[in-house]
Ligand binder design. Structure first.
Ligand code: FPP
Length: 241
């Protein structure tokens, strides 16, 4: 029996989120520049997206650039932004043909004009597709996301659009970038790090976590299947018994 046959397709997570970690270490071990690790990571992302789409998973959210990543050397930031731009351009052609919807979450105002324009184009080109939605977190930080949301709610209260007593969990979900997207049931972090790093803090309230030492560029279909299979064995109680 191969790994895919062990999966229960009726119990797939609707939403998988990934922290694509370990690109730098992967490159260093091979004597390559860090940017080579990010390029290899982009290939893994492409394959992961196509495989999850084929399986029937509805949403994949990936952490591509955090609000803290601006602290990295300029050369690495430039390489990452260049890669993202190429990825978005290429996605229009490649992922669109595979029926995938692409959305960018995060504070786009700090991205270059060229990237912002490409985001609008790629999102528009893929918006009517009906397969998996790939959410790329770009200049994303969960605390920043919540902070912007709190400001929005406060404005609505101030202007009389919303009563304080009417603020509920749904109100908060609705002011986040992930509005309308179900919370991720499974969050995958490779490369041996065991933290959330300011990623989907609100959305991860009941997520199952899957960690492994493998670096993201080496995260092949075998690991993806293993993560989903492990998820299917978990007993999710949501605080009940
Ligand atoms: C973390 O690994 C990874 C990133 C900060 C960037 C992730 C980006 C990609 C995989 C590029 C492709 C994405 C798209 C959407 C084209 P790290 O560099 O911190 O690795 P390290 O901890 O080993 O140094």
């Amino acid at each position: 029996m191969n790994a895919k046959e062990k999966l229960d397709l009726t119990k797939l997570p609707k939403h998988v989120a990934v922290i694509m970690d370990g690109n730098g270490r992967w490159a260093k071990r091979r004597g390559l520049p860090r940017s080579a690790g990010h390029s290899a990571g982009a290939k893994t992302l492409q394959d992961t997206t196509e495989y999850l789409n084929k399986m029937g998973v509805r949403y994949l959210t990936v952490y591509a650039f955090s609000t803290e990543n601006w602290k990295r050397p300029k050369a690495e930031i430039d390489a990452l932004m260049g890669l993202l731009l190429e990825y978005l351009k290429d996605s229009e052609r490649r992922l669109s043909a595979k029926n995938i919807v692409i959305k960018i979450i995060g504070d786009k105002t700090k991205l270059s004009q060229e990237i912002q324009k490409q985001i609008i184009k790629t999102e528009a080109m893929t918006q009517n597709n009906s397969g998996l939605t790939l959410l790329i977190a770009l200049n994303y930080g969960s605390r920043d996301e919540i902070l912007q949301g709190v400001r929005k709610i406060a404005q609505d209260v101030k202007s009389g659009k919303l009563a304080v007593e009417d603020i509920d969990e749904q109100c908060i979900s609705d002011v986040l970038y992930t509005k309308g997207v179900p919370d991720p049931e499974l969050i995958i972090r490779p490369s041996g790090e065991y933290r959330l790093s300011n990623y989907l803090l609100w959305q991860a309230a009941y997520s199952e976590f899957w960690f492994d030492n493998i670096c993201w560029p080496d995260f092949s279909r075998k690991y993806l299947l293993q993560a989903i299979e492990d998820y299917q064995k978990r007993n999710r109680r949501f605080g009940g018994v």
